[in-house]
Design a protein around this ligand. Structure first.
Ligand SMILES: NC(=O)c1ccc[n+]([C@@H]2O[C@H](COP(=O)([O-])OP(=O)(O)OC[C@H]3O[C@@H](n4cnc5c(N)ncnc54)[C@H](O)[C@@H]3O)[C@@H](O)[C@H]2O)c1
Length: 249
């Protein structure tokens, strides 16, 4: 029997990048998946791709909207009749100084990266009171280091970690595991090209990573599945830094 057979895993921002890989590995391990994303083209394509492995549906939503997430809950139950795992992954990043950032920029980023956690958990909250499920949040090393873009991004990620710790205390007695992953320097393609445009830039940053490589989407997905797995249920309310040792170097 596969590790997540019979389970339903929902991943936000799963059309692309880290979220897509997490959803794919859940499918490979036997879970049915719900691909939540606001991009209908890539979302539909990803769900079709994953359905070759295990049943997967696309649910279009903006995670900043509670109404959208309540509709996702309806769609999930209409299709699968249950939910076991939430992966809170959807996020955006802008770069710029405090002066470059308007209040609208701030509100948009906080709406997706922080309020998006509230809306997702809120929509499924009552289900998690009885399902012995798992919730995994994809934070960022920048919650700790303050790097990774403008101030709103690390502020949202640090806020998300607070939410996760509160939720871990609240839902732990109900049998729900709630944890976070804080990745740094994950090579998803675009990020590398924007942040490190030349080979010299890449070489310079590599020298600062003790394991001498960038992280991969598989690294993040492996840890997400580990934290969602009830074999590891004594881990609760934690944020695991996934950074090749960069933060201690
Ligand atoms: N890539 C990295 O190095 C890195 C490092 C640390 C943390 N993270 C975090 O990991 C998560 C995934 O990052 P990624 O690099 O895979 O990003 P990505 O941009 O490749 O993918 C993000 C996905 O989220 C979707 N999305 C964006 N806003 C949305 C919204 N409002 N509602 C629904 N879907 C939305 C996008 O359409 C996209 O499919 C993010 O939370 C990011 O902050 C990434």
């Amino acid at each position: 029997m596969k590790r997540f057979e019979g389970k339903v895993a929902l991943v936000t921002g799963a059309a692309h990048g880290i979220g897509k890989q997490i959803a794919k590995q859940f499918a490979e391990e036997g879970a049915n998946t719900v691909i939540v994303d606001y991009n209908p083209e890539t979302g539909t394509k990803t769900a079709a791709e994953l359905s070759e492995i295990q049943k997967s549906i696309f649910a279009r939503a903006n995670v900043a909207s509670l109404e959208d997430m309540q509709a996702v809950r309806e769609q999930t139950f209409a299709e699968f009749g249950r939910i076991d795992i939430l992966v809170l992954n959807a996020g955006i990043a802008f770069k710029g100084t405090m002066n470059d950032f308007t209040l609208d920029d701030w509100n948009r980023l906080i709406g997706i990266n922080l309020t998006g956690l509230y809306t997702t958990v809120k929509a499924f909250y009552n289900d998690f009171l009885t399902n012995n499920g798992s919730i995994v949040y994809i934070s960022s090393g920048s919650a700790l280091s303050g790097t990774g873009g403008a101030v709103a991004y690390p502020a949202a990620k640090a806020g998300g970690e607070g939410l996760i710790r509160g939720l871990a205390k609240e839902l732990g007695p109900k049998g729900v595991n709630v944890n976070a992953i804080a990745p740094r320097l994950i090579d998803t393609g675009e990020m590398m090209r924007v942040n490190y445009p030349t080979q010299a830039d890449l070489d310079a940053v590599l020298k600062k990573i003790p394991v001498r490589r960038f992280g991969t989407v598989q690294d993040v997905a492996n840890l997400a599945l580990f934290l969602a797995d009830k074999a590891n249920s004594y881990i609760q309310g934690q944020t695991i830094l996934l950074d090749g040792g960069r933060t201690i170097a």
